[in-house]
Design a protein around this ligand. Structure first.
Ligand SMILES: [Zn+2]
Ligand SMILES: [Zn+2]
Length: 333
């Protein structure tokens, strides 16, 4: 059973998960999987994943068989375990709890050679609907406080399998980074009585220099103080704390914008590995006034090293104004 442990100084939680260490992640293994047709996420290999939680099927095909366009399955090597009661415990001065959580994989396409950037807008929209379906389902589980949806694209961004997929982790605690974002937004709101992200959108639209792309419902910008080269934020123009509260039209516009941004990133940076993370509000907190959900896209171009580890601040060689201009002008074909 995995375990959650809290650092008593910083309040940061870590997951101690020995099962995770069993994952097949070597490069040789990946090549073998592809060549031998043994990729567990490919159509026809449904028996190599745990039984599906959700699938979008167009032709009335049976669960766990061919004929899907998108599947959600439990992670075979979960960082956390779904079964059991949540037990919070002290061990002397230390705090820990058993590693209860959900760890799911969203297999975004049956096609091994597909990528998010290459998919149709409609298919990308379906992925967002699947995220929403899973969040709404998991939110009913009262053990959970936060759900993180993320995508590791490319081996150096942490993807253990090449086949295009995203992951979802539901946690019994609110992790430090989201908690800091929520707290920062709240402080700003208390002082100015405005949402900080709505103010960011307003100022970026006024200045224009850090805008990469926009449409009626979403805007993609290089943030004013990015940690990494070409770090990109995608923000809904309509103020809302929760990703899952977005409307049909917003998911359509999000898919359209994301596809354009990914095509530009692929073109400008030669198909880099990247991490994409949905930042949405924790549950059971009235964040609606001051938190504003968004997506962060971080191409993996630099490595975090001693200075960053030692200080928690980052040296970024690419000014965001240049990154934005470069991506704005990059073709999508
Ligand atoms: Zn595959
Ligand atoms: Zn806002």
């Amino acid at each position: 059973m995995p375990e959650l442990r809290k650092d008593p100084v910083t309040g940061r939680w870590v997951i101690i998960s020995t099962e995770r260490g069993m994952r097949p992640i070597s490069y040789e293994k990946r090549v073998k999987e592809k060549k031998s047709g043994q990729c567990p996420f490919c159509e026809g290999n449904e028996q190599h994943t745990p039984p599906e939680i959700l699938a979008y099927r167009s032709n009335g095909s049976e669960p766990n068989s061919k004929g899907w366009m998108l599947r959600v399955v439990p992670n075979k090597y979960p960082a956390l375990q779904i079964e059991g009661e949540l037990n919070r415990e002290g061990e002397g001065m230390y705090d820990k709890m058993n590693g209860i959580g959900a760890h799911e994989v969203i297999v975004e396409s049956p096609d091994h050679n597909m990528s998010l950037a290459k998919m149709s807008e409609k298919h990308i929209e379906n992925i967002f609907w699947a995220f929403r379906d899973r969040v709404l389902d998991l939110k009913r589980d009262k053990r959970f406080r936060y759900i993180l949806i993320f995508k590791n694209e490319g081996e150096s961004a942490g993807a253990a399998l090449e086949h295009t997929h995203s992951q979802l982790i539901a946690l019994p605690i609110v992790p430090k980074l989201p908690a800091e974002e929520v707290a920062g937004s709240k402080t700003y709101f208390n002082y100015k009585e405005r949402c900080v992200y709505c103010d960011i959108i307003r100022q970026e639209k006024d200045e224009g220099t850090r805008i990469i792309e926009e449409n009626p419902d979403f805007i993609a910008v290089s943030p004013f103080a990015p940690r990494f080269p070409f770090e990109t934020w995608i923000l809904p123009k309509n103020h809302s704390a929760f990703f899952e509260d977005a409307q049909k039209r917003e998911y359509e516009h999000l898919s359209r914008l994301l596809k354009i941004v990914l095509l530009k990133v692929d073109r400008a940076l030669d198909v880099p590995p990247y991490n994409m993370i949905i930042h949405s509000s924790p549950f059971f907190e009235s964040t609606q006034d001051y938190y504003h959900w968004h997506i962060e896209l971080i191409p993996t171009l630099t490595k975090v090293a001693g200075f960053e580890w030692g200080t928690g601040f980052y040296i970024n060689p690419t000014p965001p104004e240049e990154a934005a201009r470069f991506l704005r002008e990059a073709p999508t074909k």
